[in-house]
Design a protein around this ligand. Structure first.
Ligand SMILES: *Cc1c(COP(=O)(O)O)cnc(C)c1O
Length: 399
């Protein structure tokens, strides 16, 4: 029995079967590269769903984490600690908001956005008690809590977890008229992803973000953007909304804020909205903890110092062009923004997983979404030469 199989067997025996990973066991990482227990090297084209934008084990972030571990651990929010404020200030400046509320996972940031929107709806907009509605989109992915999967349209995510939390209305993504029609006097917010990552990198029509911003403003509805996957330079700007000047009222961030080392998330807004939260009305034991704060400060510094926004923009265009030049007859559509790219295969090409297995044999790790689509989202520190190499492997795998 191989070492790989032994480890997989142990996972299978003792772990709940809520995932179906590729049969590769990783034990080391650096930059855009990961190694398995057999010593094989792979280029990571998933980046833990964009949580590793800065590259694996970035030395600057590792150093910050190690230094913090030697100074102060968990304080909880019952006391102040000497680093959370610096983290929140840095995050607010980076994102362009007055205030941030720190949490840990993306789902918690989304829950924070939902709670903020409802409370704002009652206190500021005057929606009658318990009548607030939040509009969301079909194909959404916002996390795994009971409330969040209650407005999912993916049967795997939501079946068997009812009853669904009331107060959500689902409309088609990338459909302006649907949004206009769904808004009522009780609508508190529109919660949406600027590109639907988990749905298979669905990039909305040009002007969509600008238009939803305008409609929300016109109707006194909060625009809540989930940039947990698209944020922190992934799509070629700091945030995807910046492509169309569609600054949301509430910005939800996570994933790469933790630099691949630690779960850190946040909801950001200006004071006139965030002030609906008062002491005791929302919180988290680990939110804003010193280790997470130190890691996040360093993670933001790397994004800025290494200009990863410009890099993602340039390399994303280069990657897309290379894929288009490939001209494979198995490909139905190639789409993307920055370094968030998807190759959708034709039905007759068979499931994407077959090609992923082939690519794995040639040194690339990527992930399928919805059977027919392969997502490519390497760490933003990847080089042009590495992208050339990835494209050559993709075209070989598709031959
Ligand atoms: C990953 C993701 C989440 C959930 O984040 P977790 O840290 O897994 O809870 C929410 N929204 C989007 C768009 C995501 O990609």
């Amino acid at each position: 029995m191989s070492r790989t199989q032994d480890i997989i067997d142990m996972d299978t025996e003792f772990g709940a079967h809520n995932y179906h990973p590729l049969p590769v066991v990783l034990s080391r990482s650096e930059g855009p590269w990961v190694w398995d227990v057999e010593g094989n090297r792979y280029l990571d084209c998933l980046s833990a769903y964009s949580a590793v934008n800065q590259g694996h084990r970035h030395p600057h972030i590792v150093k910050a984490m190690k230094e913090q571990v030697d100074k102060l651990d968990l304080t909880s929010r019952a006391f102040h600690n000497d680093i959370m404020g610096q983290f929140l200030k840095r995050l607010c400046v980076y994102c362009g908001y007055e205030v941030a509320l720190p949490m840990n996972t993306g789902a918690e940031a989304v829950e924070t956005g939902i709670k903020l929107a409802r409370k704002w709806g009652y206190q500021k907009k005057g929606i009658p008690r318990d009548q607030a509605e939040i509009i969301v989109c079909s194909g959404n992915f916002h996390g795994r809590t009971t409330t969040i999967v209650g407005f999912s349209t993916d049967p795997d995510a939501c079946e068997g977890y009812g009853p669904r939390t009331p107060g959500f209305r689902i409309i088609n993504y990338d459909d302006i008229d649907a949004l206009k029609e769904a808004i009522t006097p009780n609508t508190a917010a529109f919660l949406v992803e600027p590109v639907q990552g988990e749905a298979g990198v669905k990039v909305p029509s040009e002007g969509y973000l600008r238009e939803i911003r305008r409609i929300c403003t016109e109707n006194n509805v909060l625009l809540v953007l989930d940039e947990i996957q698209t944020g922190f330079c992934r799509t070629g700007k700091r945030f995807c909304f910046m492509h169309e000047d569609a600054r949301p009222d509430v910005l939800l961030v996570g994933k790469a804020l933790g630099g691949g080392l630690y779960p850190v998330s946040a909801a950001l807004a200006d004071k006139d909205k965030m002030e609906v939260f008062t002491p005791g009305t929302h919180g988290s034991t680990f939110g804003g903890n010193p280790i997470g704060a130190a890691v996040a400060i360093a993670a933001l510094e790397v994004l800025e110092n290494e200009r990863l926004d410009e890099r993602a923009q340039e390399l994303g265009e280069y990657f897309l062009l290379g894929l288009e030049k490939m001209g494979s007859d198995k490909v139905k559509e190639i789409r993307g923004k920055g370094l968030l790219i998807a190759v959708e295969l034709k039905k007759e090409a068979g499931p994407a997983r077959t090609y992923l297995e082939k690519m794995r044999g040639m040194g690339i790790l990527a992930k399928d979404t919805h059977v027919q689509t392969i997502r490519f989202a390497p760490p933003l520190v990847v080089t042009k030469e590495e992208i050339d190499w990835v494209i050559s492997i993709i075209s070989q795998a598709l031959e």
